[in-house]
Design a protein around this ligand. Structure first.
Ligand code: MIC
Ligand code: SF4
Length: 641
């Protein structure tokens, strides 16, 4: 039988396991990336493994999230990451060099290679034909040490593209269309391959916009073929030698095929507070807009920015709107400056921010009270912007410009003719902001600098045979990691300080949770379906661990989060009968007994001591996961092993 692109890369990297969907497989990882908000933890974890030098082909540490330095914390973290990277063989992308996914695509992505990153949007690399996964920091630490990355062998979905996008309809609208079709849960357990004739009409940055937002579908990852368009992109980056052709076999089989005719799409908008709440821009026409933000790892490529500059040229941003533009990388920003496009952007009245995540993760530029913010980003979860009552709408750069100029949601096709933008034959290559690691000899004497913000991570404990604890928090469906462990300018600087972070745990849902959990000593959390969707931040497991959470019971879990819970030694269980969720009440005392035998049998009984009722729970763990839970998480397991 023929193979899909992903199956071919998996086969070439398979260390163990059977490539049948649902089985656990172990993959060899060629490249890793970290960003600063998850990187400090990942490197602390790597250090505990006692390995002198990374064993990957390439590992890069980016500084792009925590760039607002309002105190010593972020600067200290940057210094720690810079020194730890230099010592252990990791390249260091300096603050200001750009957003990890954009820079990695430009400078390091290689078709056919595997990449894991401690950031959920690592699948952006699928735009260049990499098999790229978001992962928790501990998994990245293990991969840096040469260990395997374990995933459940996914199903294969194909999106078959035909036709060509019409002017003002973009790759972002393709991402929103697939979210409309599949929802934020529709990609769970699947790799999405993009194929068909329509693929030939999309540039690498456009493909990367689409694979980037595959994360919002819950997909394991997304991937495009590597073809002549990929080759031209790599050539323009001065890296044509990194190119190889990649295509699925004509008789490859897919579990699901979705057809999209690009020529029928329209400008779309994802409304608050979920990326799959999609409407047509024309349906929202006239809605007043307070703020527009252009950038993020979804839409900050040179092509995006050139289009934005061309549309803004000679026009002025409406006085009632505040417009921010963050180019994705120093390469993008310097090329905008070289060709004069930056001057057009500035002349329009836009505020140009540094090449970083910025407003996307609430690092500045929070909207006004009850504000309407149009963003070219990938997530619009409640509270993520930093303003609790703001409404964030996700759009393409073209739709963003239309709103900035008119002050309201406007179909961008009303802006007139789309200026012709072509991809340059050569990008401006300057890797001087990527610092090389020290040689192994030089590294021996190097000191890793640790500021006072860096606190040890919480002690995990082995999962025992019984847990009796109160249900300290019951939450609903689609709880994101932004609910569990919010980010933003006030909180993000403490990513290396779990005790401090713990005060904000579940702050969006119930600000009294941390106190209640601490008072209880140990507790259980109950959630609905798709619990833990969104980011890869392992803090959404480490902080509950610190607060004494021993088990999370949900209708279903998101992939990266469930791995992070197991890595932290927290027991994730699912309801055998989802309706049992309704019978549990916050405050009830819950009891789990016979946990070890239950893990082997695949089922554990939950007793609600308060109501006297019992419910069956599923625990479908692999032998490795069982051993990890019994050891108290991945680090303890690695130490024992
Ligand atoms: C995000 O977009 O939510 C983040 C911030 O990039 C996270 C990582 C983090 O929380 O540090 C992600 O997507 O994994
Ligand atoms: Fe940064 Fe936003 Fe992309 Fe996350 S989604 S990596 S915060 S730009």
């Amino acid at each position: 039988m023929g193979m899909t692109i992903a199956q071919k890369i998996i086969k070439a990297h398979l260390i163990s396991g059977d490539m049948t969907p649902g089985s656990e497989i172990a993959l060899r990882i060629d490249q890793t990336l970290t960003q600063d908000a998850t990187g400090t933890m990942a490197y602390l974890e790597f250090e505990t493994m006692g390995i002198e030098r990374v064993r990957t082909e390439l590992s890069v540490a980016y500084i792009d999230h925590n760039t607002l330095q309002c105190g010593f914390e972020n600067a200290d973290d940057h210094r720690y990451i810079q020194t730890v990277a230099k010592k252990h063989g990791i390249r260091f992308s300096r603050p200001g060099n750009g957003i990890c996914h954009q820079v990695h695509l430009e400078r390091f992505g290689v078709p056919g290679k595997t990449l894991i990153g401690s950031d959920s949007h690592t699948p952006t690399g699928g735009g260049i034909g990499m098999l790229a996964f978001g992962a928790g920091g501990m998994d990245v630490a293990v991969a840096m040490g040469g260990g395997a990355y374990y995933i459940t062998m996914p199903k294969m979905f194909k999106v078959n593209l035909t036709g060509k996008l019409r002017p003002f309809v973009t790759a972002k609208d393709v991402s929103l269309e697939i979210l409309r079709i599949l929802s934020v849960k529709g990609g769970v357990g699947a790799i999405i391959e993009w194929g068909g004739e329509g693929v030939k009409t999309l540039s690498v940055p456009e493909r990367a916009t689409i694979t980037n937002m595959g994360t919002e579908l819950g997909a394991t990852t997304s991937i495009f073929p590597s073809d002549e368009i990929t080759r031209a992109f790599l050539k323009a980056e001065g890296r044509e030698d990194a190119w190889t052709a990649l295509a699925s076999d004509p008789d490859a089989e897919y579990d699901r095929i979705i057809d999209i005719d690009l020529s029928t799409l329209e400008p779309l908008v994802a409304c608050p507070h979920s990326p799959d709440n999609v409407k047509k821009a024309s349906e929202l026409k006239g809605m007043k807009v307070d703020q527009v933000c252009i950038g993020s790892c979804t839409n900050s490529s040179l092509m995006d920015m050139l289009k934005v500059a061309a549309l803004l040229k000679g026009r002025t941003v409406k006085p009632s709107v505040s417009l921010s533009i963050s180019p994705g990388s120093r390469q993008v920003l310097s090329m905008l400056a070289d060709c004069g496009a930056l001057t057009d952007i500035l002349a329009s009245g836009a505020r140009v921010l540094e090449c970083a995540c910025g407003p996307c993760i609430g690092m500045g530029f929070s909207p006004n009270s009850a504000g309407v913010s149009l963003r070219t980003f990938n997530r619009n979860f409640l509270g993520r912007s930093g303003t609790a009552d703001a409404g964030v709408y996700l759009v393409s750069p073209e739709t963003a410009v239309a709103a900035a100029l008119t002050g309201e949601i406007t179909d961008p096709r009303l802006l007139g003719d789309m200026p012709q933008i072509t991809m340059p034959e050569a990008f401006r290559v300057d890797d001087s902001a990527v610092l090389m690691p020290a040689s192994p000899e030089e590294a021996k004497d190097l000191e890793v600098v640790r500021g006072p913000n860096i606190k040890p991570f919480p002690d995990s404990r082995p999962v025992g045979d019984a847990i009796e604890a109160p249900l300290t928090l019951k939450v609903g469906d689609n709880i994101t990691t932004d609910h569990i462990m919010p980010a933003g300018a006030k909180i993000l600087p403490y990513r290396s300080n779990i005790p401090h972070l713990s005060q904000f745990c579940f702050g969006v849902c119930d600000a009294s949770f941390p106190e209640r959990a601490k008072a209880a000593g140990q507790s259980i959390v109950v959630g609905g379906s798709n619990y833990g969707q969104g980011s890869s931040r392992e803090h959404a497991a480490l902080v509950p661990l610190y607060l004494g959470v021993r088990a999370v019971i949900a209708k279903s879990f998101a992939r990266i989060h469930v791995a992070n819970l197991i890595n932290a030694g927290i027991l994730p269980l699912t309801f055998k009968n989802p309706e049992d969720y309704d019978a549990l009440n916050q405050g009830d005392t819950l009891r789990l007994t016979g946990i070890h035998a239950g893990m082997d049998a695949g089922e554990i009984t939950l007793q609600d001591v308060t109501t006297g009722k019992a419910y069956p729970l599923c625990c479908d763990f692999t032998e490795r996961q069982k051993a990890m839970l019994k050891a108290g998480g991945l680090l303890a397991f690695t130490a024992i092993g």
